[in-house]
Write a protein that binds this ligand. Structure first.
Ligand code: 13P
Length: 254
């Protein structure tokens, strides 16, 4: 099974102006290359301007988050259907949305279904916290985080087509923004757990689902993950804000 190689830059709450977002998107497009699927996830407010900049390029656009609801009285939220005019897909369940916005596995599962129903690609983010890593509980945490999403998928994905747009990002929380990435070996072990759970608990062919690694990926450190068995790409935070550094990561996966 050949899976696509995918590198996505999650800009988080950066940069602070539409002009800076435009500049960054232009530089990413210039450096993107052809082998790897490259994407950026700008702040929601800047998605339209970045989409305009990237219109004729091969760089995909992702949202960072989406509402769990379809439409209606949900002040401050953005529906998956609204995103379809601008983006290829969206992240769901990022650890920062879990931590600061109160996303739990049930809400993440609802978001996942909204996204896939809207015809978008969903990048489901999962990963253990430091205390869970220290306790050797990574496998259990990944299985638990996949539980509600896989249950929701089994109820909604009648013809199995939704999983064609399903990507998983393994992001150990202790590696995010710490300058302390996981080892390739740990990431590979996580992919094995994830693919086993996809098959056993979700009836999904795990070999068909791309798994990205995220957490302190840099241009110099990316090769370890590019070579790691089972890892198909990267979800990059801080290093995606510098176009050249991000390009180095993309090249490592090419
Ligand atoms: P860093 O690359 O800054 O560690 O962030 C990773 C991340 O959270 C990407 O979604």
């Amino acid at each position: 099974m050949t899976r696509p190689r995918i590198v996505i830059g999650n800009w988080k709450m950066n940069p602070l102006t539409p002009a800076a977002a435009t500049t960054l998107a232009t530089a990413v497009a210039r450096e993107a290359g052809r082998v790897v699927r490259v994407g950026v996830a700008p702040p929601a407010l800047f998605i339209p301007v970045v989409a305009e900049v990237l219109r004729e390029t091969r760089v995909g656009i992702y949202a960072q988050d989406v509402s769990a609801e379809e439409k209606g009285a949900f002040t401050g939220q953005i529906a998956a259907t609204m995103l379809t005019s601008y983006v290829n897909g969206t992240l769901v369940g990022h650890s920062e949305a879990r931590r600061y916005l109160g996303d739990d596995d049930e809400r993440v599962a609802k978001k996942l279904i909204q996204v896939l129903r809207a015809g978008l690609e969903a990048v489901l983010c999962i990963g253990e916290r430091e205390d869970e890593f220290d306790a050797g509980a990574t496998e259990d945490v990944l299985a638990a985080q996949l539980g509600a999403p896989l249950h929701a998928l089994s109820e909604s994905d009648r013809d199995g087509r939704m999983t064609e747009r399903f990507v998983i990002a393994y992001e150990p929380v202790w590696a995010i923004g710490t300058g302390r990435p996981a080892t390739g070996e740990h990431a590979t072990a996580a992919t094995k757990t994830i693919r086993r759970v996809l098959e056993e608990d979700g009836g999904i062919d795990g070999d068909a689902i791309p798994i990205l690694y995220g957490g302190s990926v840099t241009a110099s450190g990316a090769i370890e993950f590019a070579k790691a068995e089972g890892i198909d790409g990267a979800l990059v935070g801080g290093a995606s804000l510098k176009a050249e550094e991000f390009a180095g990561i993309v090249r490592a996966f090419a």
